[in-house]
Ligand binder design. Structure first.
Ligand code: B12
Length: 350
């Protein structure tokens, strides 16, 4: 096992103590001004934990740029919420002090290398760290969809989509060229402080509602039977729309989908795979904080169900980083929900 991997796992085994120590180091010098930025002991601990998870995942995957990208993202998010940059810098410093104090000198060069790469990324780039929204075939429809939902008109947005489908726009295009870029843009608006969590929740809930309205068209379409596929997000993972798109697009291509949605305990996934005699498992993970769960789940499926079960993974952090994606040992990785049917057919020869 590499030093990086050992250290990543050691961080996990002490994550609460480490984030407590980081919070203490950050709270004390900034006690006077922290409250005006909404920062308190709880927030410092929460940010510290996210940070340590991201660092541990980057170490386990031996992928320093992954952590640097996270730090640049975090600074952009905090800027969006009017927290000054000193917070991110202080967080990196306290992380280094705590980790050097907790682990033997064998690991110090690894710690310094990853944290320095992140600090340099902050200095080198004034890039926003915000995800961009691409122009797509359906970008006009996407712009109208966004405008309508951000104005709070759910019914109108549903009508817009239903009409587009009646006029021949495919469900695949609605998913991948309207809903997906729309949701990414909502994420960017939230991150940059231009909309609130309530706006994002409303947009997300309305999109899920409209997906449900579209579902009978998917179900009706299905004539073939390519076999059963179980679709789930790992335990702790709440971002489920990408998974749902994958399941629906597989269903459109003749797979019988058993869709479990967000936050599914590992053992129940294994049990249902057995019960349904499923040979394909599709999993989604958005946030690296859920990486340990995904790794443990894949190991459990391999051990309990053997190699004939094929596993495809996808999700925001996985789809955007091939090095990280490869660290989980799945049979294949999907960048986009639209890739799922071809990958599944390739893996199972159907
Ligand atoms: C909606 C949303 C939420 C909702 C999710 C609700 C739900 N029921 O799904 C809620 C409110 C729960 C949420 C919470 C959080 N969120 Co959020 N969220 C989003 C948002 C706006 C949209 C997510 C989405 O549906 N995207 C659309 C789908 C279609 O895209 P996708 O997931 O990438 O899926 C595509 C591919 O990845 C692929 N795919 C995905 N899974 C699979 C699986 C298979 C098998 C296959 C084949 C393909 C595949 O296919 C899809 C289509 O191409 C994103 C913005 C974004 N960029 O996505 C932020 C975002 C993901 N969230 C973010 C954050 C930070 C959080 C929180 C930590 C915020 C907080 N402080 O509380 C929490 C974490 C909660 C948790 N414990 O999981 C950040 C993550 C940043 C990062 N660097 O890690 C983002 C990127 C926002 C941003 N721009 O900063 N969030």
């Amino acid at each position: 096992m590499t030093l990086e991997k050992q250290l990543g796992e050691a961080i996990y085994s002490q994550i609460n103590q480490l984030s407590d120590r980081m919070a203490a180091l950050q709270q004390t010098p900034r006690a006077d001004i922290s409250p005006q930025y909404g920062l308190n002991d709880l927030k410092y601990r929460e940010y510290g934990q996210h940070d340590l998870y991201q660092l541990a995942e980057a170490m386990i995957a031996n992928n320093p740029p992954q952590f640097a990208r996270y730090i640049v993202w975090q600074r952009a998010m905090l800027r969006g919420h009017r927290v000054p940059d000193f917070f991110t810098e202080l967080q990196l410093q306290s992380e280094q002090t705590v980790l050097m104090g907790a682990f033997s000198t064998d690991y110090h060069s690894v710690i310094v290398r990853l944290l320095q790469a992140a600090a340099e990324a902050l200095h080198e780039t004034e890039k926003t760290g915000l995800s961009s929204t691409q122009n797509t075939l359906q970008s006009k429809l996407m712009a109208r969809y966004m405008e309508t939902l951000l104005a709070g008109n759910r019914e109108e947005a549903a009508e817009l989509i239903m009409k587009a489908v009646e006029n021949g726009v495919s469900i695949r295009d609605i998913y991948l060229e309207v809903f997906k870029p729309g949701l990414y843009e909502v994420g960017r608006l939230w991150q940059s402080g231009q909309i609130t969590v309530a706006h994002e929740h409303y947009f997300t809930a309305a999109t899920q509602l409209i997906m449900s309205e579209l579902y009978p068209r998917i179900h009706r379409h299905t004539a073939q039977n390519r076999g059963v596929v179980v679709a789930a997000c790992v335990s702790g993972e709440l971002h489920e729309i990408g998974l749902r798109m994958s399941a629906d697009l597989l269903e459109l291509e003749g797979w019988q989908t058993y869709y479990l949605g967000a936050n599914t305990p590992a053992m129940s996934i294994v049990d249902i795979m057995r019960e349904k005699k499923a040979r394909l498992l599709v999993l989604s993970m958005c946030l690296p904080i859920n990486g340990p769960e995904l790794r443990a789940l894949i190991a459990m499926v391999r051990q309990q169900l053997g190699g004939s079960v094929k596993i495809i993974i996808g999700g925001y952090s996985i789809s955007s980083d091939p090095v990280y994606a490869a660290s989980f040992g799945a049979d294949d990785v999907a960048v986009d929900a639209g890739d799922a049917p071809a990958i599944a057919a390739g893996l199972l020869g159907r």
